[in-house]
Write a protein that binds this ligand. Sequence first.
Ligand SMILES: *[C@@H]1O[C@H](CO)[C@@H](O)[C@H](O)[C@H]1NC(C)=O
Ligand SMILES: *[C@@H]1O[C@H](CO)[C@@H](O)[C@H](O)[C@H]1NC(C)=O
Ligand SMILES: *[C@@H]1O[C@H](CO)[C@@H](O)[C@H](O)[C@H]1NC(C)=O
Length: 464
Amino acid sequence: MLLKIFALGVIVSSTFVHGAPTRTSPERRQDGDNPPFRGSTALVGYNPTNTLTNEDTDDIEFEFAPGQTADANIGQYLNFEDIENPQPIRGSRGGTDPGPQTPEYSRLNPDKLAPPGTDHGQTINAQWPMGLSHVKAGIDRAGWSRQENTQVMPDAKAMAGVDMRLEPGAYRELHWHVAGEWALMLNGTVRIAAINEEGESFIDDVSKGDVWFFPPGVPHSIQALDGGAEFMLVFDDGDFSEDNTFLITEIMAHHPREVLAKDLSVDISAFQDIPAGELFIFPGTPAPHNISEQNVTSSTGPITPRDSYSFHWSEQPAHRVEGGSIKIVDPVTFPIASNFAAALVTVHPGAMREIHWHPASDEWTFFLSGKGRATLFTPPRTATTFDYLPGDVGYFPQSNSHYIENVGDEDLVFLEVLQADRFSDISLGQWLGLTPPQVVIDTLNLSPETVSKFPKEKPFIVQG
Ligand SMILES: *[C@@H]1O[C@H](CO)[C@@H](O)[C@H](O)[C@H]1NC(C)=O
Ligand SMILES: *[C@@H]1O[C@H](CO)[C@@H](O)[C@H](O)[C@H]1NC(C)=O
Ligand SMILES: *[C@@H]1O[C@H](CO)[C@@H](O)[C@H](O)[C@H]1NC(C)=O
């Protein structure tokens, strides 16, 4: 039920003046008399002739979202989507906002405008919408990229993300970097190729839902096949920037031609048309459908399956749990990505990824679809609730607890990425369920009956 509150009074906007005489205010100058940039020094401080407006700032029209007037500590999700003028009020807390304001922000982030009463203090900023990242545009409409790193999330130090689009046939220029690169295909298909220290070569085609990993320093190529592609790259360094990779064009452009000729055993004239600088993302000759035509090997042959840089995660069925499903890829099954452990989580409407934490690593999260919210708790008593939408990055520091609740009416799908050799977490519910009950009863002032309901098996997702 929506509770509508209307202004009782009429907006009073009269001007009243204390005493006399009045001093000339800029508005009262004659037409054509353009005031100087600065006013008079007589404007400093109290003066009985000061003019004050008598606006009634409580005269604003607004309505409450369902649940907004309930006790603030209940903290249910507030849906402001159809609310004309959302206000920073929760239960008995807060007050109206006469403006200026942009209600679209409040509709996207209701827990920022009207936080649960249980939020307290200031945690790190654990959210970055890729929609606020500056796009780096490729050549000839071949694609683009946009990134999240410590420039925009200063405390997300362990990992950074790059969202990249390649139109059909387009290349991400040949390169390598100091960081390791883990990637999830979001759409379409790309052909990737690389070599390792042994001169073993790697080539594969990966599609939506598949994963690749290129270790630090391993040079690679990426080309979109017929349908084009989009993918999310995750780097094991929060300071990573796409502007700072070792590009083949720049390497060639910044070596003496005589050295290039000697190094590659060709005539110096071969290099007269090489690009003067980066291509980054640019159109290419469509790759042949038959991948074997692009298979180039040395005497050491192709990369062994154990060291391969791709994992066809799309072909792994998800493990079903009550309220959703989870699938994990980590070094147990994808050994070359020795420091990347990831889970793809689907949470059905009304359900929630339970309150948990990751003892081994910070968590870098990417939201693929649906609407979610999470509260990050950091000791001793800071807690912030964030609202997440598709294309948002989340970040939860090592061992800091959090949950992710589906607050929409479709499935919530997100990726959790850890810097760890195994995907692992600890469940608050399971911990309380496996602690001697009397300890929990004495500590939290709960009834034995309540404590007996706590889970002994890790739920991962709770139905709600
Ligand atoms: C992928 O591309 C198709 C069009 O081919 C589109 O319908 C779909 O929404 C895209 N995104 C995802 C996440 O699948
Ligand atoms: C590439 O060639 C090697 C033989 O040198 C072969 O073992 C490997 O399967 C080929 N890979 C592809 C994708 O054709
Ligand atoms: C694919 O290319 C390889 C290498 O050129 C060739 O041996 C093979 O017959 C081709 N396969 C098909 C189906 O055309």
